[in-house]
Design a protein around this ligand. Structure first.
Ligand code: HEM
Length: 128
C-alpha cells in the first residue's frame, strides 16, 4: 500500500480549511501580531491553506498560483521578532486545540511549524 502523506493523514483540505479559519481570527486579534496584519483575512487564509497543503506533501497549490514560496524572503518586509514568532505559535496551538487536532500528526505538524516560525525571525527584540 502507498504510504500516506502528512497532508492525507491530517485530513486534507477539510482540516486545513478549518485550521486557517480558526487561526487567523486569533492572529488578527493578538495585540503582538495585529499591527502586522492589515490585509484581507480571507486572502491570507487562502494563501496559507494553499501553502500548508504543499508543506505537508499535498499538491503544490501555492507554487502553482504564486510561484516559489521563498517564505523567509516574503516575510522580510515585516519585523518578525522572537516574541512575534512565539505569538504566532501560540495562536497556532490554540487553533489546533479548537479544531480538535491531536495525536502524533499534530505533534509532527507543530514541530515543523515551530522550526519554520523561528526561521522567519528577521529582527531582534526591541531593547535587547
Ligand atoms: C504572510 C507574518 C510565520 C506562512 C504573512 C504576512 C504577515 C506574516 C504579516 C502578510 C499578510 C498579508 O499579506 O496581509 C508572520 C509572522 C510569523 C509568520 C509574524 C511569525 C513567525 C509564518 C509561518 C508560515 C507562514 C511559520 C508557514 C508555515 C505565510 C504565508 C503567507 C504569509 C503562506 C502568504 C504569503 C503570500 O503573500 O503569498 N505572514 N508569519 N508565516 N505567511 Fe507568515
Amino acid at each position: 500500500a502507498k504510504t500516506k502523506t502528512p497532508y492525507e493523514l491530517i485530513g486534507g483540505e477539510e482540516t486545513l480549511q478549518k485550521l486557517v479559519d480558526a487561526f487567523y481570527p486569533k492572529v488578527y486579534s493578538d495585540p503582538r501580531l495585529a499591527p502586522l496584519f492589515q490585509g484581507d483575512m480571507e486572502l491570507i487564509k487562502e494563501k496559507q491553506r494553499l501553502f500548508l497543503t504543499q508543506f505537508l506533501g499535498g499538491p503544490p497549490l501555492y507554487s502553482d498560483r504564486y510561484g516559489h514560496p521563498m517564505m523567509r524572503a516574503r516575510h522580510l518586509p515585516f519585523e518578525i521578532t522572537p516574541s512575534r514568532a512565539e505569538a504566532w505559535l501560540d495562536c497556532m496551538r490554540q487553533a489546533m486545540d479548537e479544531i480538535g487536532l491531536t495525536g502524533l500528526i499534530r505533534d509532527y505538524f507543530y514541530e515543523r511549524l515551530k522550526l519554520t516560525a523561528y526561521h522567519m525571525v528577521n529582527t531582534d527584540e526591541p531593547g535587547s
